[in-house]
Design a protein around this ligand. Structure first.
Ligand code: HEC
Ligand code: HEC
Ligand code: HEC
Ligand code: HEC
Ligand code: HEC
Length: 235
């Protein structure tokens, strides 16, 4: 009740102000401009809310438990990416590295780095696996096979992941507060969420998987064209 009252009073006072203004011939133009000005202010506020504030609160950021520098490690390991991300004998992909890929070199702290200290003291010494956040993580209903893409289709990691393998630091993981999806699924940039993406790794929604499948395999796994196709990517 009181809210409406306030509004009426406000509107009333605006009108009075406007009437007072229009009484002054010199200000005639300004009075016509005033509603337009208010419209534009409101318009800009709603744009800011829609394009900046809403997307910002849509995601919650989480720091990785330990930061990891791909560049320095690539100089130290013998077997490139496969030293840490490899295919097991049964064809499954090892995914995020486990402590076994790190302990040979990290039994003891060897640098001044606070980050390494946390890694060794919290995880290595206690034999606890690092609970890495997976940027590319798909919902549980999705079936994805690295072997099909990397071994059979000979695809490069960069095609789907971007340049994480050449980074010196792990970026924050962003989780959609509504769906629990990683930001990488709908895309980091606002325009990715609409329709645009410049690089294949900028978004990995169902349509993006299907689009490439149609183009590369010619098999109609698109949801529109072949209903049976769902089980290609869904458990
Ligand atoms: C010494 C071990 C090591 C080596 C070598 C290594 N990585 Fe990683 N990689 C990691 C760790 C640790 C993470 C963090 C865990 C994570 O995010 O999955 C990671 C994460 C990633 C991710 C992010 C996966 C995700 O969605 O979260 C990609 C992609 C990746 N590495 C690609 C590469 C590529 C490409 C190379 C070779 C150029 C490479 N890595 C070499 C240890 C390694
Ligand atoms: C081949 C040996 C080797 C392997 C394997 C290795 N590291 Fe390292 N790591 C090093 C060395 C050497 C440094 C110090 C590099 C420097 O600062 O010059 C280091 C540094 C680090 C640091 C601190 C760097 C910083 O900038 O804060 C972290 C954290 C780390 N490693 C985590 C890992 C993890 C996690 C794995 C397993 C996925 C791993 N390392 C595997 C040799 C290795
Ligand atoms: C066709 C796209 C594609 C290619 C190519 C690809 N990945 Fe992935 N990767 C994904 C997807 C999608 C996921 C998430 C899978 C899931 O959540 O079920 C993933 C997950 C991962 C993970 C985290 C797995 C985990 O849960 O522990 C790592 C690490 C990774 N990929 C590294 C690599 C590396 C290294 C290469 C190159 C050898 C590579 N990927 C090639 C799409 C791809
Ligand atoms: C940039 C291209 C590309 C993207 C993106 C892509 N795929 Fe694929 N995918 C392929 C190709 C090519 C094959 C066929 C490999 C073969 O059999 O030679 C394939 C095969 C598969 C297979 C094996 C089943 C079959 O048809 O034989 C599954 C499962 C799969 N993809 C799931 C996914 C999922 C889920 C995503 C999205 C998260 C995805 N793919 C994204 C190119 C892609
Ligand atoms: C080429 C791979 C692929 C095919 C084929 C595919 N999907 Fe999906 N689907 C995905 C991926 C990846 C996601 C997760 C990302 C997203 O929500 O877009 C998903 C998400 C979904 C979701 C939302 C699930 C959730 O938890 O949010 C539904 C529902 C769904 N798919 C239904 C279907 C149906 C029905 C079909 C067949 C008509 C189908 N999908 C075929 C890859 C595929």
């Amino acid at each position: 009740m009181s809210e409406t009252d306030d509004k009426v009073i406000e509107e009333g006072s605006e009108e009075t102000r406007e009437q007072a203004d229009s009484g002054n011939a010199g200000d005639e133009e300004q009075s016509k401009g005033l509603p337009t000005l208010f419209f534009f202010i409101g318009f800009i506020i709603s744009l800011v809310v829609g394009w900046v504030v809403f997307p910002a609160i849509l995601y919650s950021s989480k720091k990785q438990p330990v930061d990891f520098n791909h560049v320095i490690h690539m100089e130290l390991v013998d077997n490139g990416c496969e030293s840490c991300h490899f295919f097991r004998e049964d064809g499954t992909f090892s995914g995020a590295p486990r402590l076994a890929q790190c302990v040979d070199c990290h039994e003891d702290i060897q640098t001044e780095s606070e980050n390494e200290k946390v890694f060794v003291e919290t995880y290595v010494s206690n034999g606890i696996e690092v609970p890495w956040y997976i940027y590319a993580k798909q919902p549980d209903c999705v079936f994805f096979s690295h072997a099909a893409h990397v071994k059979l289709a000979n695809m490069d990691c960069v095609t789907c992941h971007g340049h994480i393998g050449e980074s010196t630091s792990l970026r924050e993981y962003e989780e959609n507060v509504l769906t629990g999806y990683s930001r990488d699924i709908w895309g980091a940039k606002l325009w990715n969420m609409l329709t645009l993406k410049k690089e294949p790794w900028e978004r990995m929604k169902m349509d993006d998987c299907a689009e490439c499948h149609l183009e590369k395999t010619g098999r109609k796994t698109s949801i529109q064209t072949q209903k049976d196709g769902c089980l290609v990517c869904h458990k």
